[in-house]
Design a binder for this molecule. Structure first.
Ligand code: FAD
Ligand code: 2HG
Ligand code: ZN
Length: 658
């Protein structure tokens, strides 16, 4: 019996694109936003009551009672409140704390005068007491919300998976005095231009929050250079003050690596303005681009030149090639073309002291010593700032076909992968798997996206890139699916009949992350194992987690072709997701990482370490490797000012696994 290819459901792509865009711009996720929402709400409440109190002080003492002896002098009591306004705007915690103490003086004064004065004066005094109480409540609420937000991202128990912490501060970080900070900011403005040094809280907020809304930092400022020479000068200026720099591309990273810490003393270096395509070398099959170039624009530039750049991620509309290289991103084409590292021919990098290394040769072979570019790739901004890259391009495949298959179990998916390798050879360019629950989430949050065969426990998405013809590709893919069905591996299958249908299938797969974000805060694992040991890992881990947390929801999907599974864990239906993280994140991480380790795997296949996993890494990485990493970091960044607290802690080697 041949495979049955039912017609694909209609998907309204424009609807979905709108939703996707909303999510990628990070502003519309209600369930995930609760801690930062509370922070903003209390900040606004504090600002409003503070301004009202200032107006009251001035109006009452000065304009409304100018004749009262000493009235205008009493207006001076508004001064400390006026000075507190910038602190509240910049969310300086100590201003909130200070105000919540000082405001009692206004309260007491209000109470005393409410009793001693009469008429309008007494009423105004009552208003003063009310505003004081409101201001106190808002300030105290803000401090509490900030504490809650930091708890969400911080764990304290001394287990391998201790501190999912966004706190990147290190002892190396400079404590700037106010004049020093001003001096640095003035220098930065003179380098990149006043309008490209952002300081206003509203301008900073998108840069200070990570995509998953797991952490919120505070930058001294955001600097947006446009040239490599400007990046170099910015780095030099920061280095001269001992101020650390956090590089940021599209801020789509999933491990809290591209936002500043809470100190308010780090400079956030945004690469967004450095987005030029410098040159396309069609004869050399290569392209030279600046680091801030958005991945989708790079793909488009390659297509315009009649070629193909294969790196492909769900975030490609926002992430930058600099971020992709710094995280050594994977995505859905790794099986055939490799990850970001494999696609890179050369780099231009600004080093920690501001020097520029130009390694953009574009050569495919160069054995003249250490491969320096590979030090910077995957280093998550801790060794240098990537400013440009030379990348491989490929001829566009003649035909690309996509199939969706339904399977009973993960073991079947592994068998199908083996069969696909055997029958399609190098033509197999993608092999993804998704469990039923992850597809259910997509359907729930994006009803326009109807996945085929959702009743089956697992689905696989296969892509064949063929260099002969569409007919050749179809024959090959259909033969593969027929064979898999004859062998009982595949239960049902469909082949997308055109590119639009294929894009729709891929869109379903790539919407899982967004659907999960809509569902609420969750625990992500990006594990690497040999593909054949993934079923055993999943079976064992599922058993342990279901015992530990009855009703836990497992969102399992990923790049089976690369042995890379996203083993994501969502709270039981009725449990608050923030509470779930507080109670279970560490325990869940322990189970998952222990099982990965036991099978010889890695705790990060493609997303990196960031600050979410920096204190977990020492328990699962070879101590010798950690020691080498520290030595490399020390020699390339002796002041430890490049993205400190990410990838590797320098301060506490005793954390390393014995
Ligand atoms: P950012 O998030 O801005 O930064 C990431 C890290 O790189 C930080 O440590 C930052 O300091 C550093 N950095 C950024 N630019 C530079 C630079 N120029 N020089 C030095 N350091 C720099 N990842 C995958 O691997 N595969 C996927 O399939 C995938 N799918 C995703 C789907 C969605 C919906 C989302 C939200 C994310 C996905 N990601 C995926 C994660 C993320 O998109 C990648 O890690 C991406 O490479 C980050 O690029 P970015 O420009 O956003 O970098
Ligand atoms: C993907 O493969 C990304 O879609 C994101 O790597 C994975 O959401 C995740 O955990
Ligand atoms: Zn992935």
């Amino acid at each position: 019996m041949g495979p049955h290819f039912p017609p694909m459901a209609q998907i309204n792509l424009s609807d979905v694109r709108e939703k996707t865009l909303d999510n990628l711009t990070m502003n519309h996720n209600t369930s995930i936003a609760s801690p930062s929402k509370e922070v903003r709400l209390t900040q606004n409440a504090a600002l409003t009551s503070l301004v009202l109190l200032i107006v009251l002080c001035l109006a009452w003492e000065w304009s409304w009672a100018p004749l009262k002896p000493g009235g205008s002098w009493l207006a001076l009591k508004a001064l400390p409140l006026v000075f507190a306004v910038p602190g509240l705007l910049r969310r300086r915690l100590y201003t909130y704390r200070w105000l919540s103490l000082v405001v009692w003086l206004y309260f007491i004064e209000g109470v005393v005068r409410a009793y001693s004065d009469t008429g309008d004066q007494a009423r105004l005094a009552t208003l003063e007491t009310t505003l004081s109480v409101l201001l106190f409540m808002a300030c105290a609420g803000h401090v509490r919300a900030r504490f809650k937000a930091s708890l969400l991202a911080t764990e304290t128990s001394p287990s391998p998976d201790t501190p999912n912490t966004p706190n990147t501060s290190t002892s190396s970080q400079a404590q700037l005095t106010r004049p020093q900070a001003q001096q640095l900011i003035d220098q930065l403005k003179s380098i990149v231009g006043q309008e490209h040094v952002l300081m206003a809280p509203l301008d900073l907020s998108a840069y200070e929050q990570d995509w998953r809304k797991r952490a919120q930092g505070r930058a001294l400022c955001v600097v947006r250079p446009a040239l490599t020479a400007e990046v170099s000068q910015v780095v030099r200026a920061c280095a001269s003050f001992g101020v650390s720099i956090v590089p940021q591309g599209g801020n789509t990273g999933l491990v809290v690596g591209s936002i500043p810490d809470e100190s308010g003393e780090q400079v956030l270096l945004s690469m967004q303005r450095m987005k030029a395509i410098r040159a396309v070398h069609t004869d050399n099959l290569s392209i030279e681009v600046e680091a801030g170039c958005v991945l989708a624009q790079l793909q488009e530039a390659a297509l315009q030149a009649g070629l193909f750049f294969p790196l492909s991620l769900g975030s490609e509309g926002s992430c930058t090639i600099g971020g992709n290289l710094s995280t050594n991103a994977g995505g859905t084409q790794v099986l055939r073309y490799g990850n970001a590292r494999d696609l890179c021919l050369g780099l231009e990098v600004v080093l920690a002291n501001g020097e520029v290394w130009n390694g953009l040769s574009g050569l495919r072979k160069d054995n003249t010593g250490y491969d320096l570019k590979n030090l910077f790739i995957g280093s998550e901004g801790t060794l240098g700032i990537i400013t440009a890259a030379s990348l491989k391009l490929f001829p566009k495949p003649k035909s690309t076909l996509t199939a969706w298959a339904a399977l009973e179990d993960l073991q079947g998916c592994v068998k199908l992968l083996g069969l696909a390798h055997e029958k399609l050879g190098a033509g197999l360019s993608g092999f993804e798997v998704m469990n039923q629950y992850s597809l259910g989430l997509v359907q729930k949050h994006f009803p326009a996206l109807q996945a085929p065969f959702q009743e089956f426990p697992w689905c696989a998405l296969l892509e064949l890139s063929d260099n002969e013809s569409t007919e050749h590709a179809q024959t090959q893919l259909i033969e593969l699916l027929e064979l898999a069905m004859e062998q009982g591996i595949v239960k049902n299958a469909t082949v997308a009949e055109n590119l639009t249908k294929a894009a729709q299938l891929w869109h379903i797969r790539e919407s899982i992350t967004l659907a999960q974000a809509q569902e609420g805060l969750n625990i992500k694992h990006d594990i690497s194992l040999s593909a054949s040991s993934i079923p055993a890992f999943v079976a064992q881990t599922e058993r342990e987690l279901c015992d530990l947390i009855p009703g836990v929801r497992l969102v399992n999907f990923g790049h089976l072709g690369d042995g890379n599974l996203h083993y994501n864990v969502q709270s039981p239906m009725q449990m608050d997701s923030a509470q779930f993280l507080r109670d279970f994140e560490q325990k869940v991480n322990d189970v998952v990482h222990r099982n990965v380790f036991a099978l010889g795997g890695s705790i990060s296949a493609e997303h990196g370490i960031g600050s979410l996993k920096v204190d977990t890494l020492p328990f699962y990485k070879d101590p010798q490797a950690l020691s080498l990493m520290r030595r490399i970091k020390e020699s390339l960044d002796p002041q430890l000012t490049l993205n400190p607290g990410r990838v590797i802690r320098m301060s506490d080697p005793s954390l390393d696994r014995p």
